[in-house]
Design a protein around this ligand. Structure first.
Ligand code: BES
Ligand code: MN
Ligand code: MN
Length: 462
């Protein structure tokens, strides 16, 4: 049976299974959800067994478990390793959800006239990960699985994959593969399918500025003592210059500069500035001098404050000089920047620009390097051919600004490339209230994946 017909026949079941998965609040950032994390891992394991894996296990790690499953069909055949994550971002702010984040419903939107599934994790990454389980089910049931397959579905991606490096190092033999296939990124649109060719890296730090040893009366002491909130604001303001570039010395030293040809390709990616601004409700964008929106948000490094606090924030006026101020600051990195090095540069710089009257403490909240892949390999070409087959249009290579920190480690530890064949839209509101995933995208993904296997194995034989 053709994949399209198989989907038609099993549509309702695929959706009701995905809904069961989406009902489990597997939030990795908050330890209160640990029981749900465990239950979700079990569920994923069962789903792999039901779909046709020879074996599947919930593998304990020092953190959340990794689900591993495999089906072996022949020693001489290539092996595809599917990576995804079953953990999700916290749902807050809850009051901004139109429906319960853990009770999936289908609603239509302008971009999804045939309906989209609204739930936390619908797109990132339960919906996308589950497409692989269902495509695998089809290949097994219809006798069309052309190679060996391994699944590694983790539960800590949204908190920086803290223990996955440990797991990979311990299980190198078990995870041996020829290519890694991941659906955890976006396509540009249904008329413009795309394959992600780079991801940014990340360095995430928390800064705490301490001034006086207690909150002070701002009339009695104000003017004589450094105010940590003022100081923190000044320090943050100094981290960018008038060209919207980061001022940390040596920050750009290793940044990969893209060639004129590569930049010409980025310039061809369909993009409407008007629609972009309208969607975000902003009158203008703010870009690093000399770079487009697509470049600034995908191939250039950035520095952003994610949160900032300190002093009195209750009702009415309270006149104090606060003792402390804090901020969470992240930097998105690009190929060749080393996240450890950037952390060190940041820490040194922020200490240097702090006045004597305060002390600054910097805590590391994790990160990982960027990833860039070439389009000149069998994996990319198989993904390209598969998408061309199902979208009726040849996909374009597309750099993306998000991070999947573990991808660089896979290449280092396992020696194989990752193909980032995602099916979400940037407008699917991942990490935001009302996250959703289009029925179009979900079924298109299931339809495309078996062709990837077919074309990849075909190319591998040659
Ligand atoms: N799936 C995303 C990454 C992504 C989203 C890549 C859209 C490309 C396009 C992933 O789950 C994610 O959110 N990653 C985090 C990493 C962080 C928690 C270490 C990110 O990018 O902020
Ligand atoms: Mn994800
Ligand atoms: Mn995410």
């Amino acid at each position: 049976m053709e994949i399209k017909n198989y989907i038609q026949e099993h549509k309702e079941r695929f959706l009701s299974e995905l809904f069961d998965l989406l009902r489990m609040p597997s939030v990795s950032a908050d330890s209160a959800y640990k029981p749900s994390i465990e239950a979700t891992a079990q569920w994923v394991k069962e789903s792999l067994l039901k779909a046709g894996c020879d074996t599947a296990q919930v593998c304990e790690t020092p953190g959340n478990p990794v689900v591993y499953g495999e089906k072996h069909v022949g020693d001489h055949l290539p092996t595809v390793l599917v990576y995804g994550h079953y953990d999700v971002q916290p749902a807050d702010p809850l009051e901004l959800w139109e429906t319960d984040p853990f009770e999936p419903v289908i609603k239509t939107t302008e971009l999804h006239p045939e309906g989209a599934i609204f739930a936390r994790g619908a797109c990132d990454d339960k919906g996308q990960m589950f497409m692989h389980v269902k495509a695998f089910e089809y290949m097994v049931k219809e006798g069309k699985l052309p190679c060996n397959i391994k699944f590694m579905i983790e539960g800590e991606e949204e908190v920086g994959s803290k223990n996955l490096g440990w797991f990979v190092e311990k299980n190198k033999e078990k995870l041996k593969n020829d290519i890694i296939l991941i659906s955890d990124t976006s396509i540009i649109g249904r008329e413009t399918p795309s394959i992600t060719t780079s991801l940014r890296g990340l360095s995430y730090l928390q800064v705490e500025v301490t001034g006086p040893n207690r909150d002070l009366h701002s009339g009695v002491y104000g003017g004589a003592v450094a105010n940590p909130v003022n100081i923190l604001a000044q320090m943050i303001a100094q981290l960018h210059d008038e060209h919207h570039r980061v001022t940390i010395p040596h920050f750009y030293d290793k940044v990969k500069e893209f060639s004129a040809e590569e930049r010409a390709l980025f310039a061809k990616i369909p993009f409407s500035l008007e629609e972009y601004k309208k969607d975000l409700g902003v009158k203008d964008v703010l870009l690093e001098d000399g770079y487009s929106v697509i470049e600034s948000s995908a191939i250039r490094p950035t520095l952003d404050v994610n949160g900032i606090w300190g002093g009195y924030i209750g009702e009415g006026a309270k006149t104090i000089i606060p003792s402390k101020a804090s901020a969470k600051i992240s930097m998105r990195l690009v190929p060749n920047q080393d996240n450890k090095e950037i952390e060190a540069l940041f820490t040194e710089h922020i200490q240097r620009i702090a006045p004597e009257g305060v002390t600054v403490k910097v805590t590391n909240l994790g990160g990982g390097p960027a990833y860039a892949m070439s389009i000149d390999n069998d994996g990319y070409r198989a993904a390209e051919k598969a998408m061309e087959k199902t979208f009726g249009k040849r996909p374009v290579p597309s750099p993306e600004g998000g991070s999947i920190p573990i991808v660089a480690l896979f290449e280092r530890e396992l020696g194989t490339k990752s193909i980032l064949m995602g099916f979400g839209f940037d407008s699917d509101l991942i990490h935001s209230p009302n996250e959703h995933y289009g029925l179009f995208n979900f079924f298109k993904g299931i339809e495309t994946i078996p062709y990837f296997y077919e074309y990849y194995v075909e190319a591998h034989k040659k």
